[in-house]
Design a protein around this ligand. Structure first.
Ligand SMILES: Nc1nc2c(c(=O)[nH]1)N[C@H]1C(S)=C(S)[C@@H](COP(=O)(O)OP(=O)(O)OC[C@H]3O[C@@H](n4cnc5c(=O)[nH]c(N)nc54)[C@H](O)[C@@H]3O)O[C@H]1N2
Ligand SMILES: Nc1nc2c(c(=O)[nH]1)N[C@H]1C(S)=C(S)[C@@H](COP(=O)(O)OP(=O)(O)OC[C@H]3O[C@@H](n4cnc5c(=O)[nH]c(N)nc54)[C@H](O)[C@@H]3O)O[C@H]1N2
Ligand SMILES: [Mo]
Length: 766
């Protein structure tokens, strides 16, 4: 592959080329990928669940937040949805014998994969330090002890985290519990994920979520796609993308890694494609931007677009839109004019021809959508990344028209919805006045802790209790070894979980694992079978009804567990009916509708609609709910989204998800779509950098932190694996490499950790 003088390691071709691996994403490979993990005779209940997945009356998949369409396919599933379903509906059990046989210290020697592979949790457990084991405890005892422990501390010393798994009902009760108890310490997984979006888009266009709906993908002429790996992380989105490409929509992708799903796609639902195996091309142009190089790449595009306008005034920009709807155009223009091409090319690692090709697609398109994921949000200047995409869209009025808009692709299936119903550490985002009237109390107004601030509190001892409604925080956070070390100093750790994970193995002084029903499990309460609800990336809200046989009669629903803890902690309140709400989730939805009438009026009636109900989006109507009442252009203050300028020998570490994992849940060891098989302790690096550093394939090395904050960080025994990446960066897997990401290295406004831009050096293995 040619190296040009801009540092791009790929010749100036704009053709995505033929991938080096066999078979496109989707297709037989994806079906085989699933069967390989779960055998030829998977649990028949799981197979039945798959038939009902993402359809009205069925279960809404836990594997990602991509929308569940109103007209679902006969099988509205993907490889990873199937994996998530089989993984949750496993016949394996981490039963009482398992916990007798294994001390917690012994369990720490197991891998993330082995821990969850032990199977579903079946009984509430309490840690016994003298025996170094989790031992069974009765629910009421656990609730009473948790309540007593919480009442023995100041409310603001406790943190209530949620991973984006739990439905809107449990999430609403959880935030209510926190506020009745007396804090806003409600960090959520989005603090490590799309918080940059929640903060950044909100400032820029007055919407913390994306503006696109499904129909927009049928009308866009061009889609600019930044740092989101659809093939692995939201595979059902591949079909609408491939269909868009097929009808002539030009997709331009910016990503340091040549992610196969964005190159070509085989539809597992298309018999012709499955037989002939002819893939549909997805991206017209695929540009391997350097990590953190997107601001520069888009700055180049903006320069060309503004130059086109100057050459033929009045023909390129939508002046009427800019005048009526936006602010700071001139400041943006001045900042872009001041940027020099050599700096742009050096920072993004692309050639001028590539950027011209991208600008050309933009200029020819009547309707443009920008899509992005963690490749933009998990950087120090992530907010400016988003600002650049919004700049692109605003220039020609590409927000608030059919076929246009900005579309962040969210992660956990209900991560967006939990925020909508009040899980927020920022009290100003929540209608506390209304809740005060509803429940007759004075809500805390002090800003709560987000994930990074809560972690700092665990390390410095100011946080005393961590309650986790799902998740595996010790593994998912940056600086994970420092977190592991500090976690056992907590007075109280409570893990509401379906499966055992590493966080549970660092018990606080009092520590509980409370096993919950999963989304697939039937949830029967006093009033009968219950539905839960979730919100997808496109702001549709749907009911999800589990039908599976729960792995143990001892399990409680997340609603029942939150209510149980709350009841045991809080004094009685005539307006608060934990038991009655648990008995009938319709009553919780009525509360949600009362607190959030605009979004959730007639909630119980609307929740069963095919394709869900859309919550609406003001920015889509060009109603900009920003401070100025306008949409804001951004004048970038930096060209690279990374924290620091390049230094000799320093590499940028990008942490990636494999195709065989869901966050910290590792299903298996095949990263099929990248052609990587086997162990996860790999260091991906290109041939040229290998030569420069004197490395050979298969050699073992260590990575050390180059963060200059005086904290030593190291991950040893990584296998050097040649991989097509830009120069100056290396990549490897999350969560194994989390010890190398400094907690202090985070996005400037939202504190989203910079998981895609940690400074490291390569050292000899010990
Ligand atoms: N199967 C599966 N599905 C999942 C998940 C999972 O772990 N497994 N996780 C879920 C969750 S919580 C989330 S948030 C989403 C995450 O989904 P994504 O947003 O796709 O997140 P990642 O896979 O971390 O990385 C996204 C891409 O960013 C690219 N990238 C890295 N740095 C840069 C950069 O500087 N610029 C650009 N342009 N690109 C860059 C990487 O090469 C990668 O392709 O997926 C959800 N769905
Ligand atoms: N280096 C690096 N680190 C990252 C990222 C990265 O790209 N790179 N990505 C970040 C992102 S985007 C995210 S969202 C976070 C994710 O961080 P978390 O939300 O903390 O982690 P998960 O791996 O999703 O949580 C897995 C656990 O959730 C529990 N669980 C599964 N289903 C359910 C359920 O239905 N109910 C309950 N109560 N529990 C359940 C199981 O016990 C399982 O072990 O990680 C972040 N960390
Ligand atoms: Mo996420």
């Amino acid at each position: 592959m040619a190296q040009d003088d801009t540092g791009a390691h790929r010749a100036a071709t704009q053709d995505p080329g033929t991938p080096e691996y066999d078979g496109a994403s989707g297709g037989w490979g994806s079906l085989k990928g699933t069967m390989r993990l779960f055998g030829k005779d998977p649990n028949p209940e799981a197979v039945e669940a798959l038939r009902r997945l993402n359809k009205p009356g069925g279960v809404m998949c836990t594997a990602c937040a991509w929308t569940k369409p109103a007209k679902p396919h006969p099988l509205e599933i993907c490889e990873n949805g199937a994996k998530a379903t089989f993984w949750e509906m496993t016949g394996d059990r981490a039963d009482l014998d398992f916990f007798v046989e294994n001390t917690v210290s012994a369990l720490r020697a197991k891998s993330d994969h082995e821990l969850e592979k032990a199977g579903r949790l079946v009984h509430p457990m309490r840690y016994d330090a003298t025996r170094d084991r989790y031992l069974p405890v009765e629910w009421e005892t656990a609730f009473a002890e948790i309540g007593a422990a919480l009442n023995a501390m100041q409310p603001k010393e406790a943190v209530f985290y949620s991973s984006g798994h739990a439905g809107l009902e449990a999430s609403y009760l959880y935030q209510l519990f926190a506020r009745l108890y007396g804090h806003n310490n409600l960090p959520q997984s989005s603090n490590m994920c799309h918080e940059t979006t929640s903060v950044g888009l909100n400032e820029l266009i007055g919407s913390p979520v994306g503006t696109c709906v499904m129909e927009d993908f049928d009308h866009a002429d061009a889609i600019f796609f930044f740092g989101q790996n659809t093939g692995s992380n939201s595979p059902r989105f591949l079909r609408p993308l491939a269909q868009a490409a097929e009808r002539g929509c030009e997709i331009v992708t910016f990503n340091p890694v040549r992610e196969k799903g964005l190159i070509e796609f085989v539809d597992p639902q298309s018999p012709v494609q499955m037989t002939v195996g002819k893939p549909s091309p997805v991206s017209k142009h695929y540009f391997q931007v350097k990590p953190g190089g997107d601001i520069a790449a888009v700055a180049g595009m903006l320069k060309l677009i503004l130059a086109a306008e100057d050459a033929a005034p009045g023909t390129v920009l939508d002046h009427a839109f800019i005048a009526e709807h936006t602010k700071d155009f001139e400041a943006m223009r001045a900042a872009i004019d001041a940027v020099e091409w050599p700096d742009i090319l050096a920072t993004c690692g692309l050639t001028r021809e590539m950027i011209e090709a991208a600008a050309d697609v933009y200029l020819r398109a009547g309707r443009v959508i920008c899509i992005y994921g963690m490749g933009l949000t998990q950087h120090v200047h992530g907010w400016q990344n988003l600002g650049m995409l919004v700049n692109l869209l605003l220039l020609r009025g590409h927000i608030g028209r059919k076929g246009t808009g900005i579309s962040p692709v969210r992660g956990h299936s209900n991560v967006q919805g939990q925020r909508t119903v009040g899980i927020a550490e920022k009290p100003k985002l929540v209608p506390l006045d209304r809740m005060e009237t509803q429940f007759g109390f004075t809500a805390p107004r002090e800003e709560g802790l987000n994930a990074v601030h809560a972690s700092e509190g665990v390390i410095d001892g100011s946080v005393k209790a961590m309650i986790l409604l799902g998740g595996n925080l010790v593994r998912a956070l940056p600086d994970s070894l420092r977190i592991e070390e500090a976690w056992p100093n907590l007075d109280l750790t409570v893990n509401v979980a379906t499966k055992l994970n590493r966080t549970h193995l660092f018990p606080g002084k009092a520590a509980y694992i409370l096993p919950c029903l999963g989304r697939m499990d039937e949830d029967i309460q006093e009033s009968g079978p219950q539905a839960v609800t979730i919100e997808c990336s496109l702001s549709n809200v749907y009911a999800s009804v589990g039908k599976g046989n729960p792995p143990s009669s001892k399990l409680k629903s997340e609603v029942a567990i939150v209510a149980g803890m709350a009841k045991a902690t809080l004094p009685p309140n005539p307006r608060v009916d934990w038991d009655g709400w648990t008995a009938d989730y319709d009553r919780i939805r009525d509360l949600i509708a009362e607190t959030f009438p605009d979004d959730f009026h007639d909630f119980n009636a609307r929740k069963d609609k095919s394709g869900g109900f859309w919550r609406g989006n003001a920015a889509r109507e060009r109603d900009w709910q920003t401070e100025s009442g306008k949409a804001h252009f951004t004048a970038p203050t930096v060209l690279s989204a990374l924290a620091r300028d390049p230094v000799e020998g320093r590499m940028t570490l990008v942490t990636l998800r494999s195709n065989d994992q869901f966050n910290t849940t590792v299903y298996g060891f095949s990263d099929r779509l990248r052609g990587l098989e086997g162990p996860r302790n790999i260091l991906l690096i290109n041939h040229e950098e290998m030569g420069r550093q004197g490395l050979s394939e298969g050699q073992r090395v260590a990575l050390v932190s180059d963060a200059e904050d005086g904290i030593a960080r190291e991950v040893d025994n990584l296998i050097v694996t040649p991989f097509d990446l830009p120069n100056g960066c290396v990549a490897g897997y999350y969560p194994e490499l989390n010890p190398l990401v400094p907690l202090s290295l985070h996005e400037e406004k939202s504190q989203t950790p910079a998981y895609k831009g940690a400074p490291v050096r390569i050292r000899a293995a010990r």
